[in-house]
Design a protein around this ligand. Structure first.
Ligand code: SF4
Ligand code: SF4
Length: 316
């Protein structure tokens, strides 16, 4: 399996990273055993890094997937904590639930943070302190903002970035795909490892998946790509494409016909607005006291589902 260097971290990883968001309760809510079997399949085929987050609810899937696996696997997680204490609690929980003494990467989970260095200064300091304690190998930043990565390029504490980018720029909150590509290249020139997210815009670009994946992998500075995967067929096809730039047309024609949907049970909506505040793409509004989605903006991330106290939202 082809390996790539993740910036100057010293990590050598397969160019396809297993993104676990779709396995968890924010999206499909896949049973632990089933999700673990998929992750394990990917690891046995050559995937070497698994991406998760405190918010994703997928630590049990990952832990079970790793049970008895003897190969090297890097684990990246994220803290959305707003305080140092929250960030520390999130890291401690990840260590405990993943059964690790050290996490390979912990990102500031800054989807909606244009300036995480101001808004999460205490969190960054805490993550750096935990790196000093040996609990984290590398500190990273994930965001949907170009501005966040422009700033990250000159912050030596950030060693890895996890930027949102796709051909259409869908989900980028303050610019175009070209703007994000420029910020990514600047981070890479500064030695940061780059693994991208949302190459398929949460599923909106599935019908052009091959071209969309190739676009992101070819961007200057992008080392690897995290993709959410829900079948063995999808894992095998993505690995082949990412590692060898080859694609089985029959398999991909089938994969490119899949569709994902955002669902909200409007008739039960209480109009509290929690989902609107949680939306990472400004795709939700309250109209007549009911949450409404703008499908042209929605990147099917599922973060609003976690915020709804009535459990009315699903991405399936
Ligand atoms: S509406 Fe929900 S699923 Fe769509 S982008 Fe916003 S938070 Fe993500
Ligand atoms: S969080 Fe749930 S109940 Fe509140 S506005 Fe959104 S959909 Fe309605």
């Amino acid at each position: 399996m082809k390996k790539v260097s993740l910036g100057t971290t010293g990590m050598s990883i397969a160019p396809l990273v297993f993104g676990t968001l779709p396995l968890g309760p924010l999206q499909t809510g896949m049973p632990v055993r089933e999700g673990a079997a998929l992750i394990r399949h990917a690891l046995e085929r050559g995937v070497t890094m698994v991406d998760t987050a405190e918010l994703y609810g997928t630590y049990p899937h990952i832990r079970e997937a790793l049970n008895g696996f003897t190969g090297d696997v890097f684990l990246a997680t994220k803290t959305h904590g707003a305080t140092a204490a929250d960030a520390r609690a999130h890291v401690e929980r990840a260590l405990r639930e993943l059964g690790r003494e050290r996490l390979d990467i912990v990102h500031i989970h800054g989807a909606r943070l244009a300036d995480p260095f101001a808004d999460r200064a205490a969190v960054l300091d805490e993550l750096v302190a935990m790196k000093g304690e040996g609990k984290i190998a590398h500190v990273g930043l994930s965001s949907h903002y170009v501005a966040a990565f422009r700033r990250a390029a000159s912050h030596s504490e950030i060693e890895v970035i996890h930027p949102l980018i796709n051909r259409t720029g869908m989900g980028i909150l303050d610019g175009s795909a070209a703007d994000m590509a420029e910020a990514i290249a600047a981070c890479s020139r500064a030695g940061k490892g780059v693994y991208a997210m949302k190459a398929l815009a949460g599923g909106n670009l599935i019908s052009e998946a091959r071209a969309s994946i190739r676009y992101v992998l070819a961007l200057p500075g992008v080392d690897a790509l995290a993709l959410g995967m829900l079948s063995r067929e999808e894992i095998d096809a993505n690995l082949e494409l990412c590692a060898t730039d080859t694609a089985d047309d029959d398999a991909w024609e089938h994969l490119e016909k899949r569709r994902r949907k955002f669902k909200i049970m409007e008739q039960f909506c209480k109009g509290c607005g929690a989902c609107v505040d949680a939306c990472t793409a400004d795709a939700l509004t309250l109209e007549g006291g009911v949450a409404k989605v703008d499908e042209g903006k929605c990147i099917l991330c599922g973060y609003c589902a976690a915020a709804c106290p009535e459990f009315l939202i699903r991405v399936v």
